[in-house]
Design a protein around this ligand. Sequence first.
Ligand code: PLZ
Length: 451
Amino acid sequence: MSSTDTLTTPVGGPSLPQERRLVTSIPGPRSQALLARKAAAVSAGVGHTVPIEAVAAGGGVVVDADGNSLIDLGAGIAVTTVGNAHPKVVEAVQAQVAQFVHTCFTISPYEGYVAVAEALNRVTPGDHAKKSALFNSGAEAVENAVKIARKFTGRQAVVAFDHGYHGRTNLTMGLTAKTMPYKSGFGPFAPEIYRMPLSYPYRDGLTGAEAAARAISMIEKQIGADSLAAIIIEPIQGEGGFIVPAEGFLGALVDWSRANGVVFIADEIQTGFARTGAMFASDVFGIVPDVITTAKGIAGGMPLAAVTGRAEIMDASHVGGLGGTYGGNPVACAAALATIEVFEEEDLAQRAVAVGDILVRRLTEMQQADPRIGDVRGRGAMVAAEFVDPATGAPDAALTSAVAKACIAEGVIVLTCGTYGNVIRFLPPLSIPDELLEEGLDVVAASLAAH
Ligand code: PLZ
């Protein structure tokens, strides 16, 4: 018997009441029962942030099995940007499921995959000829972007950055900077990965040009452009702490890459699809990457990822060199086509700007009242607060975690991030009503004041 049998079946999507509602403490009894089963059945390595049994979600809320309705300021880590169970996505998925669910695109091609590739080639930055390939997860897209860049250049080295996050597979663990929890004990890691210092204005005090010159000088000294296949970087570091590089940093890296035949890969898996107030963060910074990796927001919650890049780079791989059983699954493609339509029809990039204005205004007010917020930063609806000891500027991970836990106990889902674990990030679904966002931020302010 499922734990929701005696509850009214919850209605998903935006028709859910848009309210914070606590009818039990969190976790309530039904959620506790599921978490006990989880502990017994699911690998201990798979953690969870919010101790609930989710049964419905939409607009700006996640509803649990006990009847609690939590304000969602995390969108499943920047995935349900158009909103959970968006009606157009649901309709497209249902229609595709009824038609066919799988052929394997590399066995019998179908239209949805090609249409998603066409859409990606159109909406990604730059007006050069582009091609795409589809995969299942962000990490898989990153792996393939590196394969593609190596094949195209005939070179092997890859540069990643401090605070970077690119996934949990072997190659992407190697690209990811932070050891706990992502890498510790899981090595050995892939060779020919070199890590360079980032631009982190709050902590390094460098201009973008200075930070880029530092990284480029190290690349030239330690690797040499003629050995370097690709530079991979998130335009704004996500898991690493929502770090916005100083003006000019990314542009200088792109220019250097282009002058040296190095493929510049923008990992827009977290920043992509309207999150930062433009379709892609590269647009916000005025850069045109050679290759871009996307996932998360691309398909309204269905698993899909992509590599999109200059046609000559994407065509360098031999036939059969790229693929996978499920990559570009028809149901995920149908969801992506509906999602991309929603982004454009509802002008969600503008909505991200409006959500970002609320986030920055409220967090800046909190910062003025409390010097333990050292920095408020972000672009669009990708905004974070960094918590520090005001006397020394040292990261305060304990405060960060206590505030985040208190928010969740009060029915507001917030996520933390950062190399030092001292950042609370805000990346709500863009379908969240303004009043609910404001109420969520009231809870954040109260939680901070109480600690
Ligand atoms: N690149 C920039 O943000 C995924 C990771 C959550 P997958 N970020 C969330 C966790 O703890 O596993 C991410 C990202 C960037 C790559 C990835 C990897 O995407 O779809 O999780 O493989």
